[in-house]
Design a binder for this molecule. Structure first.
Ligand code: PEP
Ligand code: MG
Length: 323
């Protein structure tokens, strides 16, 4: 099986009936790139930048960040690289920021919310990204967006930093695609409106599942409710993809669902454009997709979206997967 997979390293990702998909990798640091290239990734779908900020006693400088982003962009040699701006808070803390303890950190000052409070930190990251933008195919997205105002504010700050750099005579890309994570139920429900104001969506199923089911993704007492293939989740994802496509925007999925053998056919059925996963899942995923007909998967959609439980969905998909 491993040998079969190796043969697909330099191949595109194509379904049995000829639909092309993009398989990208999730990374946390520039050191992850070696494995990304070895496994035939078609891009980076999620660069989690929190690791730049963690395990140290002060903020990373603009220069340090610029070097990290440039390294990743250059190594990917023109393939798309989606960088997510800082998603700290929740389970990840930064001791040097002196934030107050919260009763519900996952519902608290996390990700984009924290970036608005610590705006200087956010602006430094955006400057580093703009400066790196001339070294490859950079796309930027914001985490945990819940309201249109948040998206607009993040975009406005992003453009302000571009203009500042330009007025200082620094060379930056003409245009960078700007997207958002869809990982709050409110952004998924309002996707039709968000779609008019972004270039792309990346659905963060890890958080979307926990917030939709109201079940902490780390809490074993309620892990039975953390149901990745629950029809409630699939309906939301379907709505997001439909809304995006209506505005000619592309949709990726970068949560764990994107790399698993039940999630992949389901997402194919719903019409997703890109899947981003750990590098080692890419070749198995490409191999699985080669044997699935997109048309056939799409014909499951009606059934799946009307099911009553996750068990029904799983059984349905398993019965139809090529053996
Ligand atoms: C997600 O929420 O699905 C996601 C990809 O982001 P993270 O796991 O970093 O929260
Ligand atoms: Mg998330």
């Amino acid at each position: 099986q491993k040998e079969e997979w190796r043969k697909l390293v330099h191949k595109p990702t194509v379904t049995e009936d000829g639909t092309h998909m993009i398989l990208a990798a999730n990374i946390g640091t520039p050191q992850d790139i070696a494995s990304v290239l070895e496994n035939g990734s078609q891009g980076i779908g999620l660069y989690r930048t929190e690791f730049l900020y963690m395990g140290r006693d002060q903020l990373p400088t603009e220069e340090e960040q610029f070097e990290a982003y440039r390294t990743v962009l250059e190594s990917m040699a023109g393939k798309p690289v989606v960088v997510r701006t800082l998603d700290i808070g929740g389970d990840k803390e930064l001791p040097y920021l002196n934030l107050s303890k919260e009763l519900n950190p996952f519902l608290g000052l996390r990700a984009i919310r924290l970036c608005f409070v610590e705006e200087r930190l956010f602006r430094i990251q955006l400057r580093a990204l703009w400066r790196a933008s001339v070294y490859g195919n950079l796309k930027v997205m914001f985490p945990m967006i819940a309201t249109l105002d948040e998206l607009r504010q993040a975009k406005a700050i992003f453009i302000e930093e571009k203009e500042k750099l330009q007025s200082e005579g620094t060379h930056v890309a003409d245009r960078i695609e700007v997207g958002m994570m869809v990982e709050t139920p409110s952004s998924a429900v309002m996707a039709d409106l968000f779609a008019k104001e972004v270039d792309f969506f990346s659905i963060g199923t890890n958080d979307l599942i926990q917030y939709t089911m109201a079940a902490d993704r780390m809490n074993e007492n309620v892990s039975y409710l953390y149901q990745p293939y629950h029809p409630a989740i699939l309906r939301l994802i379907n709505h997001v993809i439909q809304a995006a496509h209506k505005e000619d925007k592309w949709v990726g999925v970068c949560g764990e669902l994107a790399g698993d053998s039940i999630g992949i056919p389901l997402l194919l059925a719903l019409g997703v454009d890109e899947l981003s996963m750990s590098a080692t899942s890419i070749l198995p995923a490409r191999s699985q997709i080669k044997n699935i007909s997109k048309d056939k998967a799409a014909s499951w959609k009606r059934d799946i979206l009307h099911m009553k439980s996750m068990e029904e969905v799983v059984q349905y998909v398993k019965e139809r997967l090529p053996k």
